[in-house]
Design a protein around this ligand. Structure first.
Ligand code: INI
Length: 156
């Protein structure tokens, strides 16, 4: 449309420095999310040298680790990966809420885009569905959202 200025992010990851931060808790799922994110980024032009993988205990630790990475100035974007599964744990709400709130806060305070690849599911089946089977791969989706956001912010 004439006269309408539009800003859109191009999905090239070439030359970027990206950190993937991933919990060890539920690693059977989280390893699949890492695979999805790495696959997405390399297929969009990022050399392996542009990727740093940081392993942490669980989703609760995502915000503080992402905060230090974001503040370091060494990364253009971060993908936070984890799986909080309700199952039998009373921890679920605390871990899921604090991790999501913390990640949003870190991203806003630092200005570094953080892809939200934290699964919060009722059971293991739902997590498997989102980690590379019938509902896609949320690690790849989070990498894609982070990449698009980096490229949009560059133009504003
Ligand atoms: N961490 C997760 O990543 N997923 C979970 O489902 C989970 N549950 O259910 O407890 C979980 N807990 C650990 C938490 O993230 C911290 O690592 C731990 O409490 C130590 O601070």
């Amino acid at each position: 449309m004439q006269h309408i200025k539009s800003i859109e992010g191009q999905l090239s990851a070439k030359g970027l420095r990206i950190a993937l931060v991933a919990g060890r808790f539920n690693d059977i799922i989280v390893d699949r999310l890492i695979g999805g994110a790495v696959d997405y980024l390399t297929r969009h032009g990022l050399a392996p040298e542009g990727i740093t993988i940081v392993r942490i205990p669980g989703a609760f630790e995502l915000p503080i680790v992402c905060q230090k990475l974001a503040k370091s100035g060494a990364y253009d974007g971060i993908v936070a990966l984890g799986a909080v599964i309700r199952g039998a744990t009373p921890h679920f709400d605390f871990v899921a809420n604090e991790a999501s709130k913390g990640l949003a806060q870190v991203s806003l305070e630092s200005g570094v885009p953080i892809g939200f690849g934290l699964l919060t599911t009722e059971n293991i089946e739902q997590a498997i569905e989102r980690a590379g089977s019938k509902a896609g791969n949320k690690g790849a989706d989070a990498a894609s959202a982070m990449l698009e956001t980096i490229r949009v912010l560059e133009q504003i």
